[in-house]
Design a protein around this ligand. Structure first.
Ligand code: SDX
Length: 394
């Protein structure tokens, strides 16, 4: 029986599906969304355009983008009763746990969103989650007082309204002042995070969605998978690691040695990738953006220099060279979020906001392709048949 099954832990060599959304070439460091290079999109597109491209397959024309934006704004109010769910969390709750719970709770207030048999129903569910997810993301930052600001400013863009909801203080008179540098940098970061073929969280969204659980439940599962420090949670772990190196006097070699020590669970966070074996094209763009944004914001953050020193030391170290370990998307992104005033525990929430269109696109493709329910097999290595023993004989 087990002869028929090929074991592939972590699915390192398994193609789970055919997909037309994102193309990665790990050797050449190529990343394309629907055929467009990430370098071009990061430079010339905005996040909502890229979301539309990923989900529907083409760059929107002006009227399509306008309608998409309007449809999203029309859905950006979240049911007041959701605040009861929010208020139930302790101060100490990690924003990613709050976000996955609130995202799943959306189904309770939008029960019809589970049925996506018609294209119209599917579009409605997609617009709802695109509209409400950033609100919930902002709520996780504001859970302290449960105060929230919906995006009522219809002339604000998607990223501007996210920033406003996150940073507008509770006195509406003190209007949050948009900073063009921050808006552009966040827009670019969200584009760079928008999709990445069958990574852990996207595979989670696809497999949960393959049982025909609703879109919101599938996205909630993706948020939970992204939370892990080996995946999206790495962007928070990188900053914590850089802070530790700084507090320890800035000696990166000590941490490199720790990361190489098999008996030490410590890994160099933000380094390595399952697919990219030369460099992560996103890390290159984000590293350049970190210098630009911190310069434009007049922020002089010593951990940027520590990060660059750590990268240089690791790239010269045989252990990292042998294992083709390079900085990944998470290595420099946190330094930019920090310069924007985003708290460290919110970094993975920002990753989730960026990855949302990719999760939606991949879920939609899986449903439109009528893919079978995901149900892998195993190689059984447990006990052979044995008879029950009564408790007296155990
Ligand atoms: C993301 O998949 C995606 O596309 C993810 C992502 C996306 O956009 O969705 O790109 C986003 O999650 C980026 C990765 C963020 N995670 C981290 O930065 C955490 C640190 N990195 C590692 O945990 C690791 O590199 C992974 C998880 C990213 C990849 O793990 P793999 O492919 O399973 O590789 P592995 O764990 O088998 O490591 C291979 C070797 C091992 O050494 P040996 O046993 O062969 O001697 O490399 C070593 C590992 O010990 N290694 C590291 C290391 N990463 C791998 N050693 C020290 N530090 C590291 N960071």
């Amino acid at each position: 029986e087990s002869g028929a099954i090929t074991l592939d832990p972590g699915y390192k060599n398994t193609g789970a599906c055919e997909s037309a959304i994102t193309f990665l070439d790990g050797e050449e460091g190529i990343l394309r969304y629907r055929g467009y290079s990430i370098e071009e999109l990061a430079e010339k597109a905005d996040f909502l355009e890229v979301a539309y491209l990923l989900i529907f397959g083409e760059l929107p024309n002006a009227s399509q983008l306008q309608k998409f934006n309007t449809d999203i704004l029309d859905q950006s109010i979240v049911n007041e009763d959701m605040k009861t769910v929010l208020k139930g969390f302790p101060e100490t709750a990690h924003p990613m746990g709050v976000l996955s719970s609130l995202t799943s709770a959306l189904t309770a207030f939008n029960p019809k969103s589970v049925n996506v048999d018609s294209e119209e129903d599917m579009y409605r569910a997609i617009v709802k989650i695109l509209a409400k997810f950033p609100v919930l993301a902002a709520w996780t930052l504001r859970k302290k007082n449960g105060q929230t600001l919906y995006n009522k400013d219809t002339n604000l863009g998607y990223v501007e309204s996210l920033l406003k909801m996150m940073f507008q203080d509770d006195n509406p008179k003190r209007n949050y002042k948009q900073n063009k540098v921050v808006v552009n940098a966040l827009d670019k970061l969200l584009i760079l995070h928008a999709d990445h073929e069958q990574n852990c969280s996207t595979s989670t969204v696809r497999i949960v969605g393959s049982s025909h659980a609703g879109l919101f439940a599938s996205i909630s599962a993706g948020v939970s998978a992204l939370w892990g420090p080996l995946h999206g949670g790495a962007n928070q772990a990188v900053i914590e690691m850089l802070e530790e190196i700084k507090a320890d006097g800035g000696d990166t070699s000590k941490f490199i040695e720790k990361a190489k020590d098999k008996d030490d669970p410590f890994r160099l966070m933000g380094f390595g990738h399952r697919v990219y074996k030369n460099f992560d094209p996103r890390a290159k763009i984000i590293k350049k953006a970190a210098d630009e944004v911190l310069g434009q914001l007049g922020v002089d953050d010593p951990i940027l220099e520590i990060a660059k020193g750590l990268e240089k030391a690791a790239l010269e170290d045989q252990y990292f060279i042998d294992r083709k370990l390079y900085p990944n998307v998470d290595f420099y992104s946190g330094i930019i979020y920090r310069a924007m005033g985003i708290p460290t525990e919110m970094f993975t929430v920002m990753f989730a906001v960026g990855r949302l269109p990719g999760w939606i696109a991949q879920w939609r493709e899986m449903r439109l392709n009528k893919e079978p329910i995901g149900r892998p097999r195993q190689v059984y290595i447990g006990e052979t048949k044995r008879s029950f023993k009564s408790i007296e004989n155990r």
